[in-house]
Ligand binder design. Structure first.
Ligand code: UD1
Length: 417
């Protein structure tokens, strides 16, 4: 297993290009199951979750070719079983459920694994698909679903679930008649998926809003489509500039989709602005101030940035309350940050962070994707060496993170344990 060794205390300065979004690419790759012609996707990031998805799609019968960041796919003779060996490392695999049912009327998908950040059930996905006419049972750790032709109807989610909305959007695009999704997730990645489906001939209105209307189509064709840039990767680099009191120019940065993050970083004292050439300039001159954070569904502050901004808070002036309202077990980075000298107290879904003057490098362990990113950020600012093990989590979601950060002044090396 690889680990990262970070020599902290270097100011970052330079330009970083933001990669394509992992959380947009995954559902869009699964959506290609719906197309009866070839789909060509650009800006697909080179990540472990993406290669797992491509393996899974090949297992399901899709033909895939990859060249120069583009991924061409054709999904004709489909099988319906998504095996546990592939699904267990990546929760997003459950996104093949909707497209498989819509296209083949059958799906056998292992119950997902993925990041250990809480219970993360899939009841809303199943409830939504059942409303369209599918039936499910659990057999030996697999969700087994079947349906005749799916039929559009009204579905109200109990909470705005990103994956649930995506599964239903895909299934409803090929159901007969109209589907209305109420309390839909409004995340930009849901919008990117809807735009891909529309480019394939789907009829969708209201994506990005809480109520989405879908008129089902008999079939969808393929298309060429570029995946949106990764707002969480971009936000992580913004924090990297802040925590090292540096200055970064971010190319391909989804500025508008990061409004809640940018507002908080500006409140802390960072300078963030868009240049005329489209790049985003991020700058930090001195010690920042702690500000309270509450994670919320989009357009609120994203749970996927909570661990990273907490690392920044650890070295800021004053104290702040960080409340995690989306997932119940998403403070696993706290124990590791404490090992580096942070002052944080967790009570339930709330963490109280008191800023300290310095963090010191330590051996720490990555526990989930965004927790790993927060340890990298803390390591960039800490005195001495931070040694992060179990970084396979990081490789699931950040494309060449150490190369990108080293190119702007960090000193990170990768070692095989
Ligand atoms: C997606 C993102 C993840 C992000 C999250 C919230 C991907 C691959 N993952 O995850 O990075 O942190 O959105 O923005 O895009 N819930 C249920 N039942 C369900 C579904 C969800 O109870 O059937 C609950 C979850 O436990 C959680 C909340 O709903 O408390 C939100 O989860 P959801 O939006 O579904 O997250 P994911 O789609 O898994």
């Amino acid at each position: 297993m690889d680990k990262l060794i970070i020599e902290g205390g270097r100011r970052l300065s330079g330009t970083i290009r933001v990669s394509g979004s992992k959380n947009a690419a995954l559902p869009i790759l699964f959506a290609a199951i719906l197309c009866d012609g070839p789909a060509s996707l650009g800006n697909v990031p080179d990540l472990r979750d993406i290669s797992t998805t491509l393996n899974l799609l090949e297992t399901l019968g899709c033909q895939i070719q990859k060249a120069d960041g583009r991924c061409s796919m054709e999904c004709r003779n489909l099988h319906s079983e998504a095996p546990y060996e592939l699904v267990r490392t990546m929760r997003a695999s459950v996104l093949c459920l909707g497209p498989l049912l819509a296209r083949t009327g059958r799906a056998r998908v292992a119950l997902p694994g993925g990041c250990a950040i809480g219970a993360r059930p899939v009841d809303q996905h199943l409830k939504g698909l059942e409303r369209l006419g599918a039936s499910f049972h659990i057999d030996e750790g697999y969700i087994v679903g079947k349906c005749k032709k799916l039929t559009g109807t009204r579905v109200a989610f109990d909470m705005p679930t990103v994956g649930g909305t995506e599964n239903l959007l895909m299934a409803a695009s090929m159901a007969s008649g109209e589907t209305v999704i109420e309390n839909a997730a409004r995340e930009p990645e849901v919008v990117d998926l809807a735009n891909f489906l529309i480019a394939c001939g789907a009829n969708i209105e209201g994506h990005g809003e809480s109520v989405i209307h879908i008129q089902g189509r008999e079939s969808l064709h393929g298309c060429a489509y570029d995946i949106m840039p990764d707002r969480i990767e971009a936000g992580t680099f913004m924090v990297a500039a802040g925590i090292t009191r540096g200055e970064l120019l971010l190319e391909n940065c989804p500025h508008d989709e990061l409004k809640a993050v940018i507002a908080k970083l500006a409140e802390m004292g960072m300078e963030i602005g868009r240049l005329e050439d489209g790049r985003t300039r991020v700058k930090c001159d001195g010690r920042l101030d702690c500000v309270d954070i509450k994670t919320q569904p989009y357009p609120g502050f994203p749970t996927d940035m909570q661990a990273q901004i907490m690392a920044l808070m650890c070295l800021s002036r004053g104290a702040a309350v960080v409340e995690e309202s989306i997932f119940e077990n998403r403070f696993m980075h706290v124990q590791e940050l404490l090992r580096m000298g942070a002052n944080i107290r967790v009570s339930g879904r709330t963490a109280m962070v008191k800023g300290v003057r310095r963090l010191s490098g330590a051996p720490v362990m990555a526990s989930d994707l965004r927790a790993s990113a927060s340890l990298v950020l803390a390591g960039l600012a800490a005195h001495g060496i931070t040694d992060i093990s179990r970084i396979y989590h990081l490789d699931r979601g950040y494309e060449s993170i150490e190369k990108k950060l080293n190119a702007v002044g960090a000193a990170i090396s990768r070692q095989s344990e």
